[in-house]
Design a protein around this ligand. Sequence first.
Ligand code: AMP
Length: 278
Amino acid sequence: MQYFTTKTELVAYLSKITKKKTIGFVATMGALHKGHLSLIEESNKKCDITICSIFVNPTQFNTASDLANYPNTINTDLEKLEQLACDIVYAPAIEDLYENEEKAKEFDFGSLTTSMEGEFRPGHFIGMATIVEKLFNIIQPTIAFFGQKDLQQLQIVKALVKQMKSTIKIEGVSTIREENGLAKSSRNKLLSKNAKTEATLIYNCLNYCKNNKKKGIVELKHYITHQFEQHKNLKLEYAEIVALNTMQPIEGWQRENENAICISAYHSGVRLIDNIIL
Ligand code: AMP
């Protein structure tokens, strides 16, 4: 496995080896778990070369404390990637990707960014798009793999490549969960065992929606609010049923598999998000 900390070295290496080879790219912020690793596996299957970036992107965090508390496990991350036969890891310092004092670029993704994560994490998506665009320009992958766990992000990255007029293909990969249903997340490390068990309420509510679509959107949202009111350790931030193509709340169902129920909730100060396509 090749390990680079500067884009100059990475680009020099790629320019020598990538003639006619397909490049799969997985962007991560480290603290790797099975969810991330499933993206690497998908890339290994579909591309000749897999590149994983590990970079905790400051412009997509809205609070300094969230950024400061973000887990850093670079050594075990590298071991996991080596075991999976990831070809290249790019783990730069901030200075390699941002000029001094550089802020997020201004993007306009229309309705995709105004609801849910866009509403509760102002600036998050322009920060995310800023770094993804930089990484795409450096790596120029054939396919980039993103988790469906961050559904709104996935839809925005698809819009980003259109705006970039790029040929990069974006593939969404299904969410990997703990045995009890809780979506794998780097933030789960910050939860106690008991908190992880209680947090399965999120998945149970998503599943309830999947199995009870007939009840209609208003009743399903009411059900979720009621469930969270009964579980005082969990604080519901939002539960929205949205159209996949707009990421905006809907009042009536779109076609099958073109709707999603998305939840954000806090347990012991840790913010958790999850969704299911309906
Ligand atoms: P992050 O390190 O949180 O920025 O995530 C890097 C990539 O891994 C993103 O494309 C995420 O959507 C994806 N990812 C995170 N958690 C999961 C999961 N549980 N299952 C599948 N993909 C995931």
